[in-house]
Design a protein around this ligand. Structure first.
Ligand SMILES: [Zn+2]
Length: 262
């Protein structure tokens, strides 16, 4: 399968898993219903989630979403069967047919996995990455990053200047937001906590948590060279100390008495 590169910076929520080679797609379409009157100082969690929903809709419209009969879409549907909700979050999954070794989750429970990641990893490793991304959502990292991006780009002028009425985001504003997020990264501590979350996520889903360590190991391998190396570089630069994380997750699995799968 020949895959396109991602059209968009994998903004939201995926500050930890940004694409290399991303290009922002900007047009003039206005999005809207969720973008209600908001003042920077009073941007509530609900507002942030509402903007997130508008954003993921926009992402899905602007990225090549795999149709239901696509092999990778079927594979993702299969491996996430029974995962319509987890830890209070209503989840929905889609595959983007792009080469990036990447995935992200949003505050509204949307999880998007790139074809490149599915092709590079086994089902259980992909689940580990999904668990890690959901961890960023549950730990509020995603929301905080998105809020910061909104307040320092699209909403920086404040909506009060518009008389407190609608603050619909245009596509160019969304482009600005995604660019902002593309330049953010989570802290080592946030990453480490998301790893722990992913580990528990695997256990909760009756998957050997060794796969958390193995997923990162796969990333280390991929960054080693080959045509796809460029696509994992960015993922890496924002995931510092990956080797250390491989070791930490392996140690945890060992301590918990799990045997490394062959
Ligand atoms: Zn992360």
């Amino acid at each position: 399968m020949k895959l396109k590169q991602t059209l968009l910076a994998f903004a939201i929520m995926g500050a930890c898993t940004l694409t290399a080679q991303a290009q922002l797609k900007i047009n003039t379409k206005t999005i809207g219903s969720a973008a209600k009157a908001v003042q920077a100082a009073t941007l509530s969690n609900e507002d942030v989630v509402a903007y997130t929903k508008e954003y993921i809709t926009w992402m899905d419209e602007n990225n090549p979403v795999a149709p239901a009969n696509d092999e990778l879409a079927k594979r993702l549907a299969n491996l996430t069967k029974g995962l319509s909700s987890y830890d209070g979050l209503q989840l929905n999954f889609k595959v983007y047919l792009v080469r990036d070794v990447n995935a992200f989750a949003c505050a509204d429970g949307s999880v998007r996995v790139c074809a490149g990641l599915l092709q590079a990893m086994s089902d259980n490793e992909v689940l580990g990455v999904i668990g890690h991304e959901i961890g960023h959502v549950k730990n509020q990292d995603s929301k905080d990053a998105f809020r910061t991006a909104l307040l320092t780009s699209a909403l920086k002028e404040g909506v009060s200047s518009q008389g407190g009425t609608a603050a619909a985001l245009s596509d160019s504003q969304l482009g600005e937001v995604s660019e902002k997020i593309a330049n953010m990264s989570f802290s080592r501590k946030q990453e480490s906590q998301a790893d722990d979350y992913g580990y528990k996520f695997l256990k909760d889903n009756n998957v050997n948590p060794w796969y958390m360590s193995m997923a990162f190991e796969r990333l280390v391998e991929l960054s080693g060279g080959g045509a796809e190396a460029g696509f994992t570089k960015k993922l890496f630069s924002s995931h510092p100390d990956t080797q250390k994380r491989v070791a930490e997750m392996a140690k945890k699995a060992e301590k918990d008495g799990f045997k490394k799968p062959e």
